[in-house]
Write a protein that binds this ligand. Structure first.
Ligand SMILES: Nc1ncnc2c1ncn2[C@@H]1O[C@H](COP(=O)(O)OP(=O)(O)OP(=O)(O)O)[C@@H](O)[C@H]1O
Length: 294
């Protein structure tokens, strides 16, 4: 069953086309990262998924229902980019208050444990650090035991340790067969914490797959060597090569077929190759290549 289905979804704000014919489905039980540069349309898509913004065209379904209905049935929990906590309440009071609003909430202790808040139950919201505040917001998002959890850049402004703790909490929640969709700018987070990465740019999906598939699809490897004063002509015609850069006597080739490129470099040219180095494209390279092309 699909947890999420977007069909030809568009959203324009006046002249700005924020989402431009988005088609995607997410199977129930998956953890999916929505990755994209600033202004790609991630927040707009999430707000439409939650029924907070109406699409200008197309259709969105959440577990087979319109977003408003799915939210009203308590099937969706969300942590958006902003949202104040009531400053004078303690962590426990806040979490308990919110969980009581739902028909079938999680156990209070379970929420506190999962959100890594057990040591902070008596702390007032006004005294929490940034990372702790985010953990409380996470607790409120899972309080109703939603089948779909939506997180819009949840770790923005967290330090490295807070991020790790946060993602451990998220994985704990997802492990019960729940669906999680999170938006991020952080490539490593997408890679490490999802089983599928959907890359969006200018309101469209530009890549969709596992992090490994996205890396492979966007240019594979980089081969670099010292060229010295030798001519670079013909390097771009070598098999597998998709781009060539020559700078300060060094050549860098991007290739999708490492073996063919290196073989041709040695056997098919008369160049004297020194200091050959091969590096695998990382997700960041892939992401930049994909969002540049779009
Ligand atoms: N309420 C609005 N009114 C006008 N334009 C908007 C509005 N909300 C978003 N936009 C525009 O729509 C486009 C997509 O914005 P959106 O916030 O969805 O992107 P994003 O991928 O979430 O970006 P970021 O990573 O910076 O949060 C941008 O060009 C943005 O300026």
């Amino acid at each position: 069953m699909n947890a999420i289905a977007f069909t030809d979804v568009r959203k324009n704000y006046g002249d700005v086309l924020a989402v431009d014919g988005l088609n995607l489905t997410v199977e129930a039980g998956r953890t999916v990262a929505l990755l994209g540069p600033n202004g790609a349309g991630k927040s707009t898509s999430i707000n439409m998924l939650l029924g907070l913004v109406r699409p200008s065209g197309g259709r969105i379904e959440v577990f087979g229902h319109l977003p408003d209905e799915a939210v009203a049935r308590g099937e969706v929990g969300a942590m958006l980019q902003s949202g104040e906590l009531i400053p004078e309440l303690t962590v426990m009071e806040l979490v308990d208050f919110v969980r009581r609003l739902y028909p079938r909430p999680l156990d209070l202790d379970e929420i506190l444990k999962m959100a890594d808040l057990s040591d902070l139950v008596k702390r007032r919201a006004s005294k929490l650090s940034g990372g702790q505040t985010q953990r409380v917001r996470f607790a409120l998002a899972i309080a109703g035991a939603p089948r779909l959890l939506v997180l819009d850049e949840p770790t923005a402004a967290m330090d490295v340790e807070s991020r790790q703790r946060f993602w451990a909490s998220m994985r704990d929640y997802a492990a019960g067969g729940r669906t999680v969709l999170f938006a991020t700018h952080y490539l490593e987070e997408a890679d490490e914490n999802s089983d599928r990465v959907i890359v969006v740019a200018k309101g469209r999906v530009v890549a969709d797959g596992t992090a490994a598939q996205i890396k492979a699809g966007a240019g594979g490897y980089t081969v670099s060597f010292t060229l010295g004063g030798q001519p670079a002509a013909g390097l771009d015609a070598l098999p597998g090569v998709s781009a060539v850069e020559v700078s300060a006597g060094a050549a860098t080739l991007r290739t999708t077929d490492l073996d063919a490129t290196v073989t041709a470099l040695y056997r098919g040219t008369s160049l004297e190759i020194r200091d050959l180095k091969v590096t695998g494209a990382d997700l960041e390279d892939a992401f930049l290549a994909l969002t540049r092309e779009s």
